[in-house]
Design a protein around this ligand. Structure first.
Ligand SMILES: Cc1cc2nc3c(=O)[nH]c(=O)nc-3n(C[C@H](O)[C@H](O)[C@H](O)COP(=O)(O)OP(=O)(O)OC[C@H]3O[C@@H](n4cnc5c(N)ncnc54)[C@H](O)[C@@H]3O)c2cc1C
Length: 286
């Protein structure tokens, strides 16, 4: 195992100075549940490591008008236990509850899940389905906000600059009566990574037609994105059986031949229909 210089800043400003000075050789560490195995296996060889867990500004959940701000070092357990998230973003509670076992949920952070850029991440696709935005800070560019959907370029590769720190996850509270569902398919082992997960957020108008719909699978693609073909078929129309079948065909058509082997497509199709049904039958956000 390599030797690293270890930085433990107490403020975002100090962290940004270090990132700006150390450049490519410095890696940020939060809970370490992804980074420590990568360091141990020498998959990455930084010359220094910057611990952000001691920076108070980076943790916690707050309400800013109609937006919820989640600090990147907020753990999955904290998200699951938050009354604010339970009330306004219950999809995130479901996604966070599906991560690993209790030890990983106590240690792993939402920021780490996003910044690691794993195709098998469970919380990143839910943040994309919630139209989340990411606040990034660096000395060079100051503060910029990007959609979570644009965060990951390729597996394990974000679009962030090396000197940028994720400082906040910003998600608008779901309007009342918005329905949602999340489902993860994995082996029975609690620590297992997902075979697939699907996050759905939807709203029906007074005639029972889709007025909002966001479908985001995880693990089924290299990078989590909305399934626009299926969304287009359903938007503005009522969820009749034949239309749901058409949307399910479009859902797997969008996935076919890209990232997952063809034999998984029928499973993806039936999980999609099940999650959509659960969202339609579930109660809406109050
Ligand atoms: C046994 C086990 C089971 C797991 N099960 C699951 C699972 O079921 N579902 C799932 O989604 N994941 C799972 N994971 C993966 C992992 O726990 C999560 O991805 C977790 O959210 C990572 O958070 P962390 O704080 O530990 O990140 P770290 O390991 O500290 O960091 C991960 C990456 O993000 C970067 N980073 C972290 N914070 C920031 C920031 N604020 N700004 C910029 N870059 C940053 C780091 O440099 C690193 O590249 C599992 C891991 C283990 C070991």
């Amino acid at each position: 195992m390599q030797n690293y210089q270890f930085h433990g800043p107490r403020t975002v400003g100090e962290a940004l100075n270090i990132l700006s000075e150390r450049g490519d050789g410095c890696r940020i560490i939060a809970g370490g549940t992804d980074l420590i195995p990568a360091l141990r296996n020498e998959d990455i060889l930084p010359d220094s490591v910057l611990n952000i867990l001691e920076i108070d500004e980076l943790t916690g959940i707050s309400e800013e008008g109609d937006t919820i701000r989640i600090g990147p070092t907020t753990t999955f357990t904290e998200i699951i236990q938050s009354q604010v998230i339970k009330r306004s973003l219950p999809l995130l509670v479901e996604a966070a509850s599906s991560v690993g076992g209790p030890t990983i949920r106590n240690r792993g952070t939402i920021g780490g899940n996003i910044c690691n850029g794993s195709p098998a991440a469970d919380v990143l696709p839910a943040v994309v389905a919630l139209d989340g935005e990411l606040e990034l800070q660096s000395k060079a560019l100051g503060t910029r906000i990007i959609p979570a959907a644009e965060a990951v370029e390729a597996p394990y590769q974000t679009r962030f600059n090396r000197d940028e720190l994720l400082t906040g996850i910003l998600i608008k509270k779901l309007p009342s009566e918005t329905r949602y569902a999340f489902e993860k398919l994995a082996s029975r082992n609690a620590m297992a990574r997902a075979y697939m997960n699907i996050s759905i957020v939807l709203k029906l108008d007074e005639k029972g037609a889709f007025s909002d719909l966001r479908i985001v699978p995880g693990t089924l693609e290299a990078v989590a994105r909305r399934m626009s073909a299926a969304e287009k078929i359903l938007m503005g129309r009522q969820p009749e059986d034949s239309l749901v079948e058409e949307a399910a065909d479009a859902f797997v058509g969008d996935l076919a031949g890209v990232w997952i082997p063809d034999y998984k497509l029928p499973v993806a199709r039936s999980v999609f229909k099940r999650v959509l049904k659960r969202a339609l039958n579930g109660s809406g956000v109050e």
